[in-house]
Design a protein around this ligand. Structure first.
Ligand code: ADP
Ligand code: MG
Length: 280
């Protein structure tokens, strides 16, 4: 440490610079004025200065972790109107927000028709996890498969799988909206197999498990995926109406209204692990 200035205020300033406490430095003069005006005590001064620095650093950390997690369209549990989805047990969601499912490495399935808040809840739980200093990675199934395909072409599949599976919480949104292209199911299986029993996941889907053969274009791979994704699983079904269409639901023609999804079907018995490359 170089020689310190003589006055206490100048010394505080030098300490804050040395400690890289830029927000505290910014608020220093205002805090000092409030002490001089008798508005702040000595303890109040310290509280204010450290509080400003801490809050600013924390919000910077959260912002950067949200970017790393690819959580760019932020949704919160406070912003979710539970009264709009009476089939959804609010307490189950609030229990998930305590995040012990992450420690237990469980898989949460959020199922329901479009617009019922599956992505909203998945993102909101991701945001809670980021706030609690857990690493999160969010992507749609289509994005994950595209990135695995690209990595495979470049001979970097193992690294890509290691990268995607390293977060404490992996959120895979939109299983079932788009049909998985040939080869995609196989790559996704390799990812899930690498992740299996190693970390928590949240998956959202508008399709029942009985339709996964169709979604992945391969019943054998779908069964192997479900085998892993329903072991240590929490299944939450939302049977309500679309929040997006809440004011215009009656304009959607009868033949385009979605039926509720079929109840979960757990594969009966595991008969050995399928080969690593399921197309062999
Ligand atoms: P899904 O993923 O089930 O198709 P989303 O979560 O994307 O549906 O929800 C569609 C839109 O409606 C989003 O903007 C979401 O924030 C909002 N939304 C859905 N359900 C609710 C709710 N119960 N309360 C508040 N906003 C909601
Ligand atoms: Mg969605």
């Amino acid at each position: 440490m170089t020689a310190l200035p003589e006055t206490p205020l100048e010394r505080i300033r030098a300490h804050l610079v040395g400690l890289k406490m830029s927000r505290a430095l910014e608020t220093l003069d205002a805090c000092v004025r409030r002490v001089e005006d008798g508005e702040l005590s000595a303890l109040g001064f310290l509280d204010e200065l450290l509080g400003e620095e801490h809050v600013t650093r924390e919000s910077r950390r959260i912002k950067s972790s949200l970017m790393t997690a690819r959580l760019t369209r932020i949704k919160t549990l406070d912003g979710f109107d539970f009264s709009f989805q009476p089939s959804l047990d609010k307490n189950r969601i609030l229990a998930l927000a305590e995040l012990s499912f992450i420690e237990r490495g469980e898989v949460v399935h959020l199922l329901g028709p479009p617009g019922t808040g599956k992505s909203h809840l998945a993102v909101a739980l991701g945001v809670e996890a980021v706030k609690a200093r857990k690493s999160v990675y969010f992507a749609t199934l289509a994005e994950i498969i595209d990135s695995l395909k690209k990595a495979e072409r470049e001979g970097k599949l193992a690294q890509r799988i290691a990268f995607i599976t390293r977060a404490a919480l992996l959120i895979i949104d939109e299983v079932g909206y788009l049909p998985v292209q040939p080869g995609g199911a196989n790559l996704f299986f390799q990812l899930i197999n690498a992740r299996y029993e190693r970390g928590a996941m949240i998956l959202t889907s508008n399709r029942g498990f009985s339709e996964w053969g169709e979604v992945f274009g391969d019943v054998v791979v779908a069964a192997a995926l479900l085998d892993r994704l329903l072991h240590h699983a929490i299944v939450i079904e939302i049977a309500g109406n679309s929040y997006r269409l809440r004011e215009h639901a009656r304009l959607v023609p009868e033949n385009l209204r979605l039926p509720p999804i079929a109840p979960p079907e757990k594969p009966k018995k595991r008969r050995g692990r399928p080969p690593k490359n399921l197309n062999d």
